[in-house]
Design a protein around this ligand. Structure first.
Ligand SMILES: *[C@@H]1O[C@H](CO)[C@@H](O)[C@H](O)[C@H]1NC(C)=O
Length: 484
């Protein structure tokens, strides 16, 4: 007889895909061979995303774990969509019949279906087959709490979103959130994106539980404020490096890491806006001037603007540094004689960089993965949110977790940051740390480093949540041990 299986339905974008797959692997590992994992793959609607995901799938399929990948048939693209969340949601919805028949045709019992947060249109397939369904949520619990509140908040809104309203928004478990910190997709976008976020938030409550990549130690107050009717499983974070761990087989260190090797401890500010983030030319100039005037060492991952027709920079593209940076900048900061900075024009190994002893602060776009990685390594942050739910993350980091120093942004000018403000903030983050704000940020970052590691170790809160979840999926009694 074949083992029961857990069916995972991830989104097609590389980041979401990897995060969901990681969650699936942790379930599999905790299950200790009691079930297998089946991953249903949707074709990516774009070519670049497709090839990245194919690479991941090939590596995982060869890893020897009990994971089976099933490709779903292609579907048409939905037409007339006005925003990306609507496109993703409707594109997923068109897969519903294929998901249902794929699940129905699996050998052995299907113990649970886990869908990505934007794929709640697929919950119907699980309901129709009477299989317990869960949602995997790769963003912070603060954003989950917000999505659950959207139906109630709607009454206050004009069609322009939260920005029009001004004032603050109450999110249980957080200090009042100033309206401009609400996720950019809800503040500024047309009302359609609000509709879809609200839709998914409503549907979460139909799931048997939501699995979130956070921990009690990081977001305890927010998690406690989520209505008990919706069980939330905080199972994160675990930062894995992948690849061979013994020195012999490890590939040579990345150029950025080699540069860091030559810098004093905690002396370098690391600036990186994630794999999809980029700044326009005017903003790049302000960063350059601000960094140079701060006098601190820096490692700056500078992505060029995306090619025509694409919304984000691609991994392969190299930024044209001589076109982007002010004249004389490289000569002043990054030459053999005056080597206080490094500008890297392409993708860089963020985890390796954050784990390096030379890094003392992180200017980040506040994507949740970056935040978790920074906390895992105890690096205090300077939040510079760009899109998605990053503004809310930034707020929670400064006002809630406290492991960050605030950066002033000009909201009226599209969240522009002046060179002088960056200079001030970098000095505050990196410079000796006498102000109360930065002392607290450093202490909190160190505290969170210890707390994150404890949470996922045996006996920790996230580890225990994962074990409880696996017992629930396997329909074992609470008290039964042996699933660790
Ligand atoms: C949680 O986030 C961390 C940080 O990005 C990531 O390395 C890890 O794979 C994530 N875990 C899950 C279960 O998604």
């Amino acid at each position: 007889m074949s083992l029961p299986t857990v069916v995972l339905v991830p989104c097609w974008g590389s980041g979401h895909f990897m995060s969901a797959l990681e969650a699936g692997k942790r379930l599999l590992d905790t299950g200790g061979g009691a079930f297998s994992l089946t991953v249903l793959l949707m074709h990516s609607p774009t070519q670049t995303k497709a090839s990245e995901v194919e690479g991941h799938v090939r590596r995982e399929a060869a890893s020897g774990l009990d994971i089976r990948f099933l490709q779903l048939p292609a579907v048409e693209h939905p037409t007339g969509c006005v925003d990306p969340v609507e496109f993703d949601s409707r594109y997923a919805q068109l897969h519903a019949p294929h998901v249902k028949s794929a699940i129905a045709s699996l050998q052995g019992r299907v113990a649970a279906v886990v869908v990505d947060l934007f794929l709640t249109t697929l919950l119907d397939a699980a309901h129709e087959l009477a299989v317990p369904a869960y949602v995997y949520f790769a963003s912070p619990a603060a954003f989950l709490a917000l999505m659950l509140r959207l139906p109630a908040l709607r009454g206050d809104l004009t069609s322009a979103g939260f920005e029009e309203k001004g004032g603050t928004v109450d999110l249980p478990g957080l200090p009042p959130v100033p309206a401009p910190y609400m996720p950019a997709c809800l503040v500024r976008a047309k009302i359609q994106s609000y509709d879809w976020f609200e839709y998914h938030g409503r549907r979460f409550t139909e799931a048997r539980g939501v699995i979130v990549n956070t921990s009690l130690e990081l977001e305890g107050s927010v998690l406690a404020a989520i209505p008990a009717a919706l069980p939330v499983h905080a199972i994160g974070p675990v930062i894995s490096f992948g690849g061979p761990t013994d020195d012999e087989q490890r590939p040579p260190a990345h150029e950025c890491v080699r540069w860091l090797d030559a810098q004093p401890a905690a002396s370098v500010v690391f600036i990186c806006f994630g794999s999809m983030g980029f700044l326009d030319a005017a903003q790049v100039r302000e960063v350059a001037v601000g960094l140079q005037r701060s006098g601190h060492r820096f490692l700056w991952v500078l992505r060029g603007p995306p090619h025509a027709g694409s919304r984000f920079p691609t991994d392969a593209a190299q930024a044209q540094l001589d076109e982007l940076l002010p004249e004389g900048f490289m000569a002043a900061c990054c030459t053999a004689g005056n080597n206080i900075g490094m500008v890297w024009p392409a993708w860089a190994p963020q985890k390796e960089i954050l784990s390096h002893a030379a890094v003392g602060g992180f200017v980040t776009h506040c994507g949740w993965n970056s935040v978790l990685e920074s906390l895992w390594f105890g690096v205090p942050m300077l939040p510079w949110p760009l899109y998605g739910e990053q503004h809310l993350n930034a707020f929670a980091l400064v006002a809630g977790v406290g492991a960050a120093v605030a950066l002033g942004m000009d909201r009226k000018k599209g969240f522009f940051v002046e060179a002088a403000e960056l200079e001030r903030a970098v000095r505050s983050l990196m410079g000796g740390g006498s102000s109360e704000e930065v002392t607290k940020a450093r202490e909190k970052a160190a505290e969170m480093r210890a707390a994150c590691r404890k949470a996922v170790a045996e006996g920790g809160s996230s580890r225990a949540a994962l074990q409880r979840l696996v017992r629930e999926i396997l329909a074992l009694p609470e008290s039964l041990e042996g699933t660790s």
